[in-house]
Ligand binder design. Structure first.
Ligand code: SAH
Length: 244
């Protein structure tokens, strides 16, 4: 999978994509991530990429020329996605969708954002990582690359760890425990040490339902609430879930 990133802070993105699982996947040739700096297309001595807004007001705006020039020079994989608070919200479902493509590209804004003509005539889509405002799109690009990259086969060691996790079934993941079995007097649930794999699977599912019901009732609502089977499963472990 090829991912091209356009940013005036290439070191920030390069540092991130060189580390940890994404860095390893890059070295292994599973992810082909290329970082490009619009500044490289400028010809003036200051390598100017921003200018003040027409109509006045605070802040600076990323100029159209360096952005169009670098994108046209590279001819990156499409869609070219602009990271922006106005985009549709990036979710696990969007990550799954992008992970099944051959590639895509990310454009990071800075200052007040990009000149509107970039939005109107260059990009294909917009994604937001949440309802808050960052100083630039670089951290958002890192979020998208990590969430998508780890879904690409071969990037994460154990493939089932990306299918058996939060949001994959509209539920949050069950709790995890590791050794020691007792820590400061707090013990691991007996069922996890019982060796009964069927019962472990049912307990995990029950805990997912409880956790989702209390932390994210909206997710449970979206799946139509608890079914009779869900309720029977909770009862098996003496659990109950708040229903809102
Ligand atoms: N003036 C803009 C915010 C600019 S923030 C507004 O009010 O909407 C500067 C850059 O940071 C943006 O161009 C965008 O690329 C990035 N950015 C900020 N918040 C973001 C978010 N929630 N998701 C993705 N990118 C974001």
């Amino acid at each position: 999978m090829r991912i091209d990133v356009f940013t005036i802070l290439p070191d920030v993105v390069e540092g991130f994509v060189s580390s940890s699982i994404i860095g390893k996947a890059r070295e292994a040739g599973i992810l082909d991530i290329r970082v490009h700096d619009p500044r490289d297309t400028t010809t003036d001595v200051h390598r100017t990429v921003d200018d003040s807004p027409f109509g006045g007001g605070a802040g600076m705006v990323l100029k159209p020329e360096p952005v169009f020039d670098i994108v046209e020079q590279v001819d990156p994989p499409r869609p070219l996605i602009y990271l922006a608070p106005s985009g549709r919200t990036f979710t696990q479902a969007v990550a799954v969708e992008l992970a099944t493509s051959d590639g895509f590209s990310l454009l990071c804004g800075r200052f007040e954002g990009v000149d509107e003509r970039v939005r109107a005539h260059l990009i294909d889509d917009e994604l937001s990582i949440g309802d808050y405002v960052l100083a630039g799109g670089e951290v958002a690009a890192a979020v998208v690359i990590e969430a998508v990259g780890r879904l690409v086969p071969g990037v994460v060691g154990n493939a089932s760890s990306t299918t058996d996790e939060s949001f994959s079934d509209g539920l949050l993941e069950y709790p995890h425990y590791t050794r020691p079995a007792e820590y400061r007097g707090w013990t691991v649930p007996d069922v996890l040490r019982s060796g009964d794999h069927g019962r472990v699977a049912r307990w995990r599912r029950a805990m997912s339902l409880v956790k989702t019901a209390s932390a994210r009732p909206d997710l449970l609502q979206a799946r139509g609430g608890l079914t009779d089977d869900d309720r029977a499963l909770l009862a098996e472990f003496g659990l109950s879930a708040p229903e809102g």
